[in-house]
Ligand binder design. Structure first.
Ligand SMILES: NC(=O)c1ccc[n+]([C@@H]2O[C@H](COP(=O)([O-])OP(=O)(O)OC[C@H]3O[C@@H](n4cnc5c(N)ncnc54)[C@H](O)[C@@H]3O)[C@@H](O)[C@H]2O)c1
Length: 393
């Protein structure tokens, strides 16, 4: 008997291969699943069986998952941050070239040419001046948001000879290490816009980022500027961008979000949300999330989780592991330790990590931990979930 995984979407085979068949039963219809693995299926209205210990999304966003309700039940939600970053970066780089060389407009012109080759050649020589472009080296790219995608875009743009400015007040230490040391830090968003020729946004959609690219900031951008948006549509005020394109102040708007106003605009290039649409990105997401799910089910360790803190504890040989999700309130560790002592168990290792209103506790205990103890732990006020970490019987 092993872990049962319920899939709500087709998951890349390379990801599923990470869940060995002798330990994992994976199916789209399965009773009492230990985990749910999905891509974009909407879980909000779905009743969740009490057996579910974890939910894993083979992708970055988790809008389709009732994260708050799962947190209250002590169920971690895993995702695959950065697994599609290279795919998005490559499309952003394509976007820089499409805009700089007017490729889409020029291609549309070429497709409309009619007549014999002599007539086509004549039209080409007459028409090509309309599509005069510019080169990237020496131009300044402003990158808003230096996360998984933003860092890759910044480093690649620099490799193309561009000057790169970055803005991210909450950059993580890991991303700061990855970022090329010659990327300059902008002092503020306004400073970034005032010093850039092209701007690419790579921030999540939050209240603070909604409408981040607006008329006031577009006025700061140098004339002939380009905005690239492969993050989320509402980060850019569409009406303001269209007005700047119409006025000729903005040379191009390249984005992943077609709309009525943009799809046929002469200076807009819209793609049908293709940022992460590569075979490799889908495989990377599935492999990454399968690995994190396995690590959690088999060892209780938490990585790449959106609602509980990272908690990784090497296993103590000869001990039994207990994993507890709890509210981040005083005296939880004290009550948990007392409960274990009452059952005659010695704590060999204990890790307690908190994040916002939630915390996660891993314990390697010496002695015979059983389901009676787990029930006692679950009865402690503030304990959201508790389990003995071992293959199911
Ligand atoms: N087009 C697509 O198909 C596609 C694919 C993947 C991601 N995305 C979008 O791209 C976004 C970025 O993806 P990621 O993987 O790099 O995410 P990430 O979480 O790794 O990075 C986001 C960064 O934005 C920063 N940030 C947040 N608020 C900010 C603000 N107000 N100003 C400046 N920086 C701010 C954060 O500190 C973080 O470093 C995602 O949130 C998603 O919306 C789109």
């Amino acid at each position: 008997m092993g872990f049962r995984i319920l899939t709500l979407n087709q998951i890349s085979v390379r990801g599923l291969e990470r869940l060995p068949r002798d330990q994992y039963e994976v199916a789209s219809e399965i009773g009492h699943p230990h985990a749910v693995l999905l891509r974009s299926a909407d879980m909000h209205a779905m009743p969740l069986p009490a057996s579910v210990l974890a939910v894993a999304r083979a992708g970055a966003g988790t809008n389709n998952i009732p994260v708050a309700a799962l947190s209250r039940r002590g169920v971690p939600v895993f995702n695959a941050p950065g697994a599609n970053a290279n795919a998005v970066k490559e499309l952003v780089l394509a976007g820089l070239f499409l805009a700089a060389r007017n490729i889409c407009q020029a291609w549309a012109y070429a497709r409309e040419l009619e007549g014999a080759n002599a007539a086509i050649n004549e039209a080409v020589e007459k028409g090509k001046s309309r599509y005069l472009g510019f080169e990237l080296p020496g131009r300044t790219l402003g990158v808003v948001g230096l996360g998984a995608v933003g860092v890759e875009v910044a480093n690649s743009a620099e490799a193309l000879g561009m000057k790169v400015l970055g803005y991210d007040p909450q950059i993580t230490v890991q991303r700061a290490w990855q970022l090329s040391s010659s990327v300059q830090q902008a002092l503020s968003l306004d400073d970034l816009f005032a010093r850039s020729d092209m701007i690419s946004v790579h921030v999540p959609l939050l209240d603070a980022t909604r409408g981040l690219v607006n008329a006031a900031r577009l006025r700061l951008l140098r004339p002939g500027g380009v905005i690239l948006n492969f993050a989320r549509a509402p980060i850019v005020v569409e009406a303001d961008v269209v007005a700047a394109l119409d006025a000729g102040h903005l040379h191009a708007y390249v984005c992943d979000f077609p709309s009525q106003a943009l799809k046929n605009h002469a200076r807009a290039i819209t793609l049908p949300h293709l940022g992460a649409s590569t075979l490799e990105a889908e495989e990377n997401c599935a492999m990454m999330v399968a690995d994190t799910l396995r690590e959690f089910l088999e060892h209780g360790n938490i990585r790449n989780c959106v609602n509980f803190p990272e908690a990784v504890l090497p296993r103590q040989p000869g001990s039994q592991r207990i994993a507890i999700a709890n509210s981040n309130v005083p005296n939880m560790v004290g009550q948990i330790s007392t409960c274990l002592a009452g059952a005659g168990l010695n704590i060999a290792e204990l890790l307690n990590r908190s994040r916002g209103e939630y915390a996660f506790t891993l314990i390697d205990a010496e002695g015979a931990a059983d389901e009676v103890l787990i029930e006692r732990l679950r009865a402690i006020e503030g304990v959201l979930s508790a389990r003995l970490v071992r293959p199911p019987e």
